[in-house]
Design a protein around this ligand. Structure first.
Ligand code: DGL
Length: 265
């Protein structure tokens, strides 16, 4: 597989852009492809079988495009489908999971909160993470239905985001948590609002940077770095409405020229 081939990123929608932007900072020369499965968003309230089926369809699409590596830029899909995908596909696959280990290391009072989708929080992989890294701390989890939909609509702040986020944060603040994990790739986009609501004493942990570093390690391990010295480009695809998703991709990615193509899988 040529090292100049693209890297494929996918998510239920635009959330995975928060991971891809961290990857872009570390890998300026790589070609990126992004698939937003907007027609099936949100993943977090769907049965696991559907997420596995969608993840396979997207991986097949990426293989047809000749990608050299896939990043599952979605906690819900990683928790649910990563093991199956790694068994089914030969190419390297990088996933994401809520940062329980860094949060357990960062907390001063031993109380951490995790905001994520219901499917992520009920996944076996998530429970294993908590058992492995969270046994010396208290881990409080809150599923956040509706938050992904707001980000999908391009809402990063404002009264609606504040009200919903505030309601999810309240039980965590009542437990006196000092560290909160963003367990969904959509949430980094509302991090500024979360920071204001949570206050200066709560440490917020996002996993995008760590995934980007892992991606670099895997490229190194498989000798897959793009040899080019030019600037890598991004191609965007969606299963949803390209006008609607395109507008949000342009806003969140920060490129007014970005074009998104509809590909139904
Ligand atoms: N960005 C996905 C994640 O990290 C969102 C899940 C959803 O679509 O509900 O879990």
């Amino acid at each position: 597989m040529p090292a100049a081939s693209p890297i494929g990123f996918f998510d239920s929608g635009v959330g995975g852009l928060s991971v891809m932007r961290e990857a872009r900072l570390l890998l300026p020369a790589e070609e990126f492809m992004y698939y937003a499965d907007s027609a099936c968003c949100p993943y977090g309230i769907k049965p696991a079988e559907i997420i596995i089926e969608r993840s396979r369809a997207i991986c097949d699409f990426f293989l047809g495009k000749g990608v050299k590596l896939i990043v599952v830029a979605c906690n819900t899909a990683s928790i649910t489908a990563l093991e199956v995908l790694r068994e089914d596909y030969q190419l390297p696959i990088v996933g994401i999971e809520p940062a329980i280990k860094p949060a357990a290391a960062a907390t001063k009072n031993g109380r951490i909160g995790v905001l994520a989708t219901g499917l992520t929080l009920s996944g076996r992989r998530f429970n294993t993470l908590v058992e492995k890294f969270g046994d010396a701390v208290h881990v409080y989890t809150v599923p956040c239905p509706g938050l992904v939909e707001l980000v999908e609509a391009g809402e990063k702040d404002g009264p609606e985001v504040e009200a919903l986020l505030g309601s999810f944060l309240k039980p965590l603040l009542e437990k006196d948590i000092d560290t909160v994990v963003l367990g969904c790739t959509h949430y980094p986009f509302i991090r500024p609002t979360l920071g204001v609501l949570a206050g200066p004493n709560v440490h917020i942990i996002d996993t995008g940077r760590a995934v980007a570093r892992q991606l670099v390690r895997v490229l190194e391990q498989y000798d897959l770095f793009n040899p080019g010295i030019g600037t890598g480009r991004e191609c965007f695809f969606t299963s949803g409405d390209p006008e609607k998703t395109g507008a949000v991709v342009r806003k969140l990615w920060g490129d007014p020229e970005a074009i998104i193509e509809r590909v139904c899988l």
